[in-house]
Write a protein that binds this ligand. Sequence first.
Ligand code: BEZ
Length: 216
Amino acid sequence: MEEQEVFKMPLIGDQAPDFEAVTTTGKMKFSDYAPGKWKILFSHPADFTPVCTTEMSGFAQNQELFAELNTALIGLSIDSIHSHLAWVNNVREKTGVYFQFPIIADLDMKVSKLYGMLQPSESETAAVRAVFFIDPENKIRLIMYYPLNVGRNMNEIIRALKALQFSDKNKVAIPLNWEPGDKVIVPPPKTLEEMDARIADTSCEKVDFYLAKKQL
Ligand code: BEZ
């Protein structure tokens, strides 16, 4: 039996692997791209396929919101630049939705392999549906992987980005199903002294000292 190539997948907390690529907006060196911004690097299995078209359209329809959230979008698939351009133009002509963010033409699979987007048991030729949330210091902060047959949830992508940014800004943790405006988790005490202070603290909503929420 032929041995399967093993790819190292980047992990949360890792520095985003650097690469150079050809994209629909020109050549890109990732580490020089959109300095000071968050980045969402996402892959789709193939151009001119239905689920991918809905997903890319979802990203494009939220381009302004991502810009307001100081976030640059970068798409990727294992297709040629000619295919990307034809698909972008076709979707624009048919639906009026224009994918203006760069889409990497990863024909040699270099970036897909670097980011664990090529998962051979799922497909040996198409990238899975990956989403990498990368902070302005180019550190990977959240990763989603979806299979070929299930589209992602744009509301959750936006919610997760807002949650990361809110958590960073306010040094709090984010509970289940949090939406902007909801209460957040106050970091739990780490010493007996902090525990007693939290027990005495009446400013937050407590289940117990280790699970306290507050409105910011
Ligand atoms: C799609 O985007 O519809 C799709 C792409 C590759 C495999 C299955 C579905």
